[in-house]
Design a protein around this ligand. Structure first.
Ligand code: GAP
Length: 460
């Protein structure tokens, strides 16, 4: 599929997210807070379903991967060892006219100039100077900018520091979740029955002071990651890396994402310790962008933590007695980016049916079954519908709705991606059957109430 550049589509998705309670700008009554978002009632269901599906695939169904929930705050030495204090930075420039602060590589990209993420301050400023004629401020159109400076993205905090001068000796909100995994590697090895090769998985919040807020929830300052670090013998890296790539790509297909909207991006300029790095990219309304990174990180992380902590993080193979510092192949995905990808992929406008519908995969749809009494003012119908709802809700996330006419209720459920709507009508009172309407085909079928459980087990 060709790369998208569809601002209108993005606007429609943002509008649906607000209108139907998926995503709200943070603290909106105070004009919001840039690059921070809240998940509304359906957004949190969708996000939980994505995370639960990831956890099931990555931890529950694998006997070689265990879970972890490390704290957001860590000893600040962690970030020295990992290199984030020195290197987690983006080039920042300022428009001299309107004083907008802009991330220079993004600004250049908007004008068809591509900067490598590893360029030094000097290199990117040279590239900037070479193209300065065509680069305009997106906010005021001026062409006059300050020289770019590297801006560190780690978010500082005063946690644990009571001196009032905490900026000199800050703690940090974690910039990625995987550091919690590396520093616990030995604890996990000593306390559980894992042996190399094994993985440690974690889902959690991370924070980065991203310079520019754009593309909705694609790039935010507070975000959630789903990361898995797989510790291996360096000699077997190629096989593990290829297995990991295939497994992670299939994850998105199983989540219902159309293959034509996925592609691989190979990193050409690698960090010195990195053996290989690929991203899985999704064709968002603003083009193919990183959804997940799958990187072969060598033994850099454990070596650094061993050096800075003074602790031995080597591993001795119990069979061969071979001693080594394990290498890591990593899978690192964003919850928000996955949520945005599944929303974009599922969004369809059906003019012929006069509806917008989210064709979400059943397993991640926020609401699985909506239960309606045909008429709100017929007590027998409402009572029977409530009885059915009260039984189904123990197994599936259901919603009871008796507002407006059935057509409007269907439209509302279509927009939040509910795969099944169940209606109790006058026939239900006579023969104990209900109508099930399928979201995608819009077809209806009659099902006996005592067969509902089996029907939904099979379909969901
Ligand atoms: N541990 C490796 C790591 O953190 P990364 O490429 O910086 O690598 C991994 O981030 C994933 O985290 C990305 O593929 C993306 O899905 C998500 N991510 C990173 N920064 C983000 C941001 N500012 N907003 C939303 N998601 C982000």
């Amino acid at each position: 599929m060709s790369e998208k550049n569809d601002k209108k589509l993005l606007d429609k998705i943002i509008s649906l997210c607000k209108r139907r309670g998926f995503v709200f700008p943070s603290s909106e009554i105070y004009e919001g807070f840039s690059a921070v978002y809240d998940l509304g009632p359906y957004g949190v269901e969708l996000s939980n379903n994505i995370k639960n599906y990831w956890w099931r695939e990555v931890v529950q169904l694998r006997d070689d991967i265990v879970g972890l929930d490390a704290a957001i705050f860590m000893n600040p030495k962690t970030w020295e060892a990992s290199g984030h204090i020195k290197n987690l930075s983006d080039p920042l420039t300022e428009c001299k006219k309107c004083h907008s602060r802009l991330r220079l590589d993004n600004l250049l990209e908007d004008f068809g100039v591509f900067a490598d993420e590893k360029m030094s301050e000097d290199e990117i400023n040279k590239l900037f100077a070479k193209n300065s004629q065509k680069i305009k401020c997106p906010n005021c159109g001026a062409k006059d900018f300050t020289k770019a400076k590297k801006f560190n993205l780690l978010v500082k905090s005063n946690l644990g520091n009571f001196t009032g001068d905490w900026e000199k000796d800050p703690s940090y909100l974690r910039g990625e979740t995987c550091q919690g995994i590396y520093v616990n590697y030995k604890n996990i090895l000593d306390s559980s029955r894992v042996k190399i090769p094994f993985g440690v998985a974690q889902i959690g919040k991370a924070f980065r002071n991203e310079i520019t807020a754009r593309q909705f929830i694609f790039r935010t300052r507070e975000f959630e990651q789903m990361e898995m670090q797989y510790f291996i013998d360096p000699d077997s890296y190629k096989k593990h890396y290829e297995d990991l790539k295939k497994w992670r790509y299939d994850f998105y297909l199983n989540l219902g994402i159309k293959e034509e909207n996925l592609r691989w991006h190979k990193h050409e300029n690698l960090n010195f310790y990195c053996k290989e790095a690929y991203d899985i990219e999704y064709n968002y309304p603003f083009g193919f962008k990183e959804l997940e990174g799958i990187h072969a990180r060598g033994n850099y992380d454990l070596t650094q933590h061993s050096k800075y902590s003074g602790k031995d993080l080597s591993y001795t193979d119990p069979k061969s007695n071979k001693k080594f510092i394990p290498h890591v192949v990593e899978s690192s995905a964003g919850v928000g980016r996955t949520l945005l990808a599944v929303l974009c992929d599922a969004y369809s406008e059906e003019k012929e049916n006069d509806r917008i519908v989210l064709k979400l995969n059943n397993k991640i749809a926020p609401i699985k079954i909506a239960v309606f009494p045909l008429l709100k003012n017929k007590l027998e119908l409402v009572k029977k519908a409530k009885e059915i709802f009260d039984k189904l809700k123990y197994n599936w996330r259901c919603e009871f709705d008796d507002h407006g006419n059935i057509g409007k209720r269907y439209r509302r459920q279509d927009e939040i991606g509910t795969p099944f709507c169940l209606t109790v009508d006058f026939d239900s009172l006579k023969d104990d059957t209900v109508t099930i309407r399928n979201r995608d085909s819009m077809k209806q079928e009659r099902i006996n109430i005592d067969k509902l459980n089996n029907f939904f087990i099979e379909k969901i």
